[in-house]
Design a protein around this ligand. Structure first.
Ligand code: ADP
Length: 194
């Protein structure tokens, strides 16, 4: 069985998590943030250490380990009765993050669409991340050098995911608007998705 899914896609700070949390509260949707799953690992666990090693440098965690964790997380969510794949659409936030991950997930997903949150000025997003670093305990948001590396990783590794799914699936949303306006734009797109 394939999971029905909508991908929340965009640079760091583009609002994937903010929108994913809100949309995930709507019946029939289940928000799955890969970064959050990683951050909830015990820091002294095997994978927790790997996560810190890579995320502290603004790099992606290796693909096979990431996809395995994602599968395990969803299995757990189903067992706990939180995610119902027969009726729910998965809101994937931060995964797949490169072409290889998209390929590894291909057999498990029926992608309804990709929401591409865009911002022409990275400086705006960097400001958001620096504000977030103060409120949430995120080491990768605190250091400007790490932030810049994450943007480079996004451009070189993550952006090609858009080509993988093709322009017919991708919906461009202006991420610079207020959260409620972005939500409105996303909802207008989602209600029409197959
Ligand atoms: P942001 O989108 O602001 O970078 P995330 O919480 O989505 O924040 O990701 C934080 C970090 O977690 C990433 O920089 C990366 O190291 C790791 N990570 C998250 N998702 C993935 C993924 N799908 N593959 C590999 N690493 C990931």
């Amino acid at each position: 069985m394939k999971y029905r899914a909508i991908l929340l896609f965009g640079a760091p700070g583009s609002g994937k998590g903010t929108q994913g949390k809100i949309l995930g509260a709507i019946p029939g949707f289940y928000h799955c943030s890969c970064g959050e799953v990683f951050r909830n690992l015990r820091p002294d666990s095997e994978l927790g250490k790997v996560f810190l090693e890579y995320s502290s440098k603004g790099q992606l965690v290796p693909d096979e380990a990431t996809i395995r964790l994602w599968h395990n997380y969803l299995d757990g969510s189903m067992q706990l009765g939180r995610f119902h794949p027969e009726t729910d659409t998965l809101l994937l936030d931060g995964i797949p993050r490169n072409r290889r991950q998209a390929e590894l997930m291909e057999s498990a997903l029926q992608v309804r669409g990709v929401i591409h949150l865009t911002c022409p000025e990275p400086e705006k997003l960097i400001q958001r991340l620096q504000r977030r670093a103060i409120h949430e305990n995120r080491l990768d948001d605190a250091n400007l050098e790490v932030i810049r590396k994450r943007f480079l990783t996004y451009e070189s590794e993550s952006k090609p995911v858009l080509d993988f799914y093709g322009p017919g699936k991708v919906h461009v949303i202006d991420a610079t608007k207020t959260p409620i306006e972005v939500l409105q734009d996303i909802l207008a797109v989602i209600v029409k998705m197959p």
